[in-house]
Design a protein around this ligand. Structure first.
Ligand code: SF4
Ligand code: SF4
Length: 371
C-alpha cells in the first residue's frame, strides 16, 4: 500500500474504503450483510488501508453503526474514520453530530465533512452556523480535521474556501470529469490554495470500469490484463495533491483489484495519458451530447435560456445520475429547461443539428422526478 503524509506526521493510505455500497440483504439498502461486509473491512485492514469513510445517510444510517462495530475489533490508533454532516437529512447539526458519535461508538471523528455542498446549498450551509459549531467540536478534540465534500461549480468554490481554514476538501475527480467536467479547475484551485484533496468517484460511479468496447480499445490494446478501473485509479493517484482515493468496495474481488493497483504504484507514461484521453473522448462521443458551447443557438432563444449550460448539466446527469441536475436549483426558474416553449429557433442555428427542444423536454421530465 502506498501512503502519503497528510498533516502532523499522519500518513494516510492512498486507497480509502468507502462505506456507501456495502453488501446488503434481500436487496434492502438499509440492511447490511454484516458478515460479508466485515470480511471486506478485515481485508482492507490486513492490506494496510487506514482510511474509512462513512456518512449519516449511507445505508439509511446503518453504515455508521456497521463501521463502528467492524472497526471496534481493531486498536483505535490503527485507522482513521471520516464521517459527514448532512444538512438535508437533519439540519440540527448538534443533534446529528451527537447521534453520529453514538452510532460509531467513538469519542472522536478523525475527518469530519460537510456533506455534498453544492451551488444550491452553499449559502444555507454558510448561514446555518454549523461551521462555527464543528470548529468548536474540533477545539474540544471531538473532530481532528474538518473539511467538506463539494459538488458545486468552480465559480462558487472560493466562497467555501474563504469561509474557513479547511484541513481538506473532497471532490469528484477522475479522468473523464477532468476532460469533460469541472474536475480540473476544482483541483487546480485547491492545489493553489494548498488544501489536500481527497477523491470520490475515481471511476465515475462505475462508468470508467464499463467503457464501451470502442472506448476501452486504446487501453486494452496497451495492457490486456489490466482492468479498466485500474487505469482510472492510476490516473487519479498520479496527481500530486491527491491524498486519499475512496472506493466503495462491495466485494472482496474489487478490493483485490484495487489493492494490486495501489501496491504496484506504477506512474503513467505520456503514452498512457494519450490512451486515456482517447478512451475518454470515445466514451464521451458515445454517451453525451457533444455541444461545443459555440452559443450560436442562444441569441434567438425568446426565453433567453443558456442552452450550452443546460446541455452540460444534461450530460452530467446522463453520465453521473439525475441527482446532478440539483445544481440547476441554484438558478432562476425562468432559466430552467421547463421554460423552453419548443419554438425551435435554436435548432436553426445549431451546427451540430441537436434537437434542443427535445433535450429541454427530457430534462424537464428528469427534474420532475427530483421533486
Ligand atoms: S426551442 Fe426552447 S431552447 Fe430553443 S429557442 Fe425555443 S425556447 Fe429557446
Ligand atoms: S449551437 Fe449547438 S453546439 Fe452550439 S452551443 Fe448551441 S447547442 Fe451547443
Amino acid at each position: 500500500m502506498q501512503y502519503k503524509e497528510f498533516k502532523d506526521g499522519i500518513k494516510l493510505s492512498r486507497l480509502g474504503m468507502g462505506n456507501m455500497r456495502l453488501p446488503i440483504v434481500d436487496g434492502d439498502y438499509a440492511q447490511i450483510d454484516y458478515e460479508k461486509a466485515k470480511k471486506i473491512v478485515d481485508c482492507c485492514i490486513d492490506s494496510g488501508i487506514n482510511y474509512y469513510d462513512t456518512a449519516y445517510i449511507y445505508h439509511g444510517g446503518q453504515s455508521e453503526c456497521f463501521l463502528g462495530k467492524a472497526l471496534s475489533r481493531y486498536p483505535r490508533d490503527s485507522y482513521y474514520v471520516a464521517d459527514k454532516f448532512n444538512m438535508m437529512a437533519n439540519p440540527d447539526f448538534k443533534a446529528q453530530f451527537a447521534e453520529q458519535l453514538e452510532r460509531l461508538q467513538m469519542d472522536v471523528i478523525d475527518f469530519y465533512l460537510l456533506h455534498g455542498t453544492d451551488d444550491a446549498s452553499l449559502q444555507s450551509t454558510l448561514d446555518s452556523g454549523c461551521i462555527a459549531y464543528f470548529d468548536e467540536m474540533k477545539k474540544q478534540g471531538k473532530i481532528r480535521y474538518f473539511g467538506f465534500s463539494y459538488h458545486g461549480s468552480p465559480a462558487l468554490l472560493p466562497q467555501m474556501l474563504n469561509a474557513y481554514p479547511w484541513d481538506f476538501v473532497q471532490i469528484q475527480l477522475n479522468y473523464y470529469d477532468w476532460y469533460f467536467g469541472d474536475a480540473k479547475p476544482l483541483y487546480e484551485m485547491l492545489a493553489e490554495a494548498n488544501i489536500p484533496v481527497l477523491v470520490m468517484e475515481p471511476v465515475h460511479g462505475g462508468l470508467l470500469a464499463n467503457l464501451t468496447d470502442e472506448a476501452a480499445k486504446p487501453l486494452k490494446e496497451l495492457a490486456p490484463d489490466k482492468s479498466l478501473a485500474s487505469w482510472a485509479m492510476r490516473w487519479v493517484i498520479d496527481l500530486d495533491n491527491v491524498h486519499v482515493v475512496l472506493s466503495g468496495m462491495s466485494e472482496t474481488a474489487q478490493v483485490e483489484d484495487n489493492l494490486s493497483t495501489f501496491d504496484e504504484a506504477l506512474p503513467l507514461s505520456s503514452e498512457d495519458h494519450t490512451r486515456i484521453l482517447e478512451a475518454a473522448q470515445k466514451q464521451h462521443a458515445a454517451v453525451a451530447v457533444a455541444c461545443t458551447s459555440c452559443r450560436y443557438c442562444c441569441p434567438d432563444c425568446p426565453m433567453g435560456l443558456d442552452i450550452p449550460f443546460l446541455i452540460k448539466s444534461y450530460n452530467d446527469a446522463k453520465i453521473g445520475g439525475t441527482w446532478r441536475l440539483g445544481s440547476l436549483m441554484a438558478i432562476e426558474k425562468e432559466q430552467w429547461p421547463s421554460a423552453c416553449i419548443g419554438c425551435g429557433e435554436c435548432m436553426a442555428h445549431c451546427p451540430q443539428s441537436f434537437d434542443i427542444p427535445e433535450i429541454m423536454s427530457e430534462m424537464t421530465e428528469m427534474m420532475k422526478t427530483m421533486e
